[in-house]
Write a protein that binds this ligand. Structure first.
Ligand code: SAM
Length: 345
């Protein structure tokens, strides 16, 4: 009956195994919630080791489910463990783990996408941004439908030094679908180079640590999974507001297979598109015939810095939305009755 796993400085008392907990509380994985569990404690130990030394750390685990990773975190002798779990079926099993590690575990039944991380940890753990990262870690194996919007939200928090990053450069160890992990870490020219590569790498050191084959999960997902580690950078590689960088990068990758100027020109209203695109590419010293995936971080830095200057010269420019202009044009070309119906809807 005893839980297996790496023996560390702290040992949980004998507990039912994760598999037994699943049976005991009838925790069938719900497919519509993309629940895939890790039952092999050697694997959960390996995931937790990617976070680094956790002795005396404060950790937030997102989506603990039946608690495999949770056990490995507790075995690493952390000071405090905060669990944020959305599905109420898992709470009794997590309470059992909490009783086995008295005073260490706090369980929040809630949604990590709306949970306020600013107050999750004690104030005295705060570090200056320029200092070493605080002894605070976020660890989680979440559904893919949650992990991608969540990392985008947390990257925005890194840029603004809020959310979990009011404590300093909080580190994150998270799982993603293998292809998403490849996008997060892709280098210039790489097949998977995309918006996510620039948004993550300009703010963090991002490392794709190892791949977990789909068959390691119960039930087995269609895809493989990768464990990715993020440490926020002291100096972002692009020193512009998150929204501006996001707009430039999103535009640049709009037409992946075309020359990069095709996407970048969507930053400008049709009336001055050609002239302004040429001006931007020249000032940023970017060859307009490069494909978006061939643009380096310094190309993006130059593009963002120049676009910022252009927005300062023309304050209406940043609000310009290419898709909105397209929609309006479409409406103008629809027969009158249809366009009126659309407007009243
Ligand atoms: N961490 C466990 C493991 O590795 O076996 C469970 C992994 S399962 C892929 C994802 C877990 O995240 C489930 O327990 C699910 O209920 C939880 N979850 C899903 N969306 C969530 C959200 N928005 N906030 C918190 N937990 C969430």
């Amino acid at each position: 009956m005893a839980a297996r796993g790496r023996v560390a400085a702290f040992n949980l008392p004998p507990l039912p195994t994760v598999g037994e907990i699943i049976k005991l509380f009838r925790l069938q994985a719900q497919k519509q919630l993309s629940q895939n569990f890790l039952l092999d404690l050697r694997l959960t130990d390996k995931i937790v080791r990617q976070a680094g030394k956790l002795k005396n750390a404060h950790v937030c685990e997102v989506g603990p489910g039946p608690g495999g990773i949770t056990r490995s975190i507790l075995n690493a002798d952390v000071e405090q463990l905060l669990l944020v779990e959305k599905d109420p079926r898992f709470i009794p099993g997590l309470q059992m783990l909490s009783e086995a590690a008295p005073g260490k575990v706090r369980i929040v039944h809630g949604d990590i996408l709306t949970f306020k991380m600013e107050k999750a940890f004690p104030k005295h753990l705060k570090k200056n941004w320029e200092d070493e990262p605080p002894n605070i870690h976020i660890i989680g194996n979440l559904p893919f439908s949650v992990s991608t919007p969540l990392i985008i939200k947390w990257l925005e928090n890194v840029s603004k030094k809020n959310g979990p990053f009011i404590y300093g450069r909080t580190q994150m160890t998270l799982t993603f679908q293998k292809e998403v992990a490849e996008r997060l870490t892709a280098n210039t020219g790489g097949k998977q180079r995309s918006r996510l590569s620039i948004m993550s790498q300009h703010l963090c050191t991002v490392e794709n640590r190892f791949v977990i084959p789909g068959q390691a999960f119960v039930p087995k997902p269609e895809v493989d999974v990768a464990v990715v580690h993020f440490t926020p950078l002291v100096q972002p590689k692009i020193q512009q507001p998150f929204e501006l960088v996001e707009k430039v990068v999103r535009s640049a990758f709009q037409f992946r297979r075309k020359h990069c100027f095709r996407g970048i020109e969507t930053l400008f209203p049709e009336s001055e598109r050609l002239k302004k695109t040429e001006e931007l590419m020249m000032a940023a010293d970017v060859d307009p015939t490069l494909r978006p995936f061939q643009l380096s971080m310094s190309h993006f830095r130059n593009l963002c810095n120049t676009y910022r200057k252009m927005c300062e010269e023309d304050p209406s420019l940043f609000a310009y939305d290419y898709r909105e202009e397209l929609k309006q044009k479409k409406r103008q070309h629809l027969p009158k009755s249809t366009s009126q119906t659309e407007q009243t809807e």
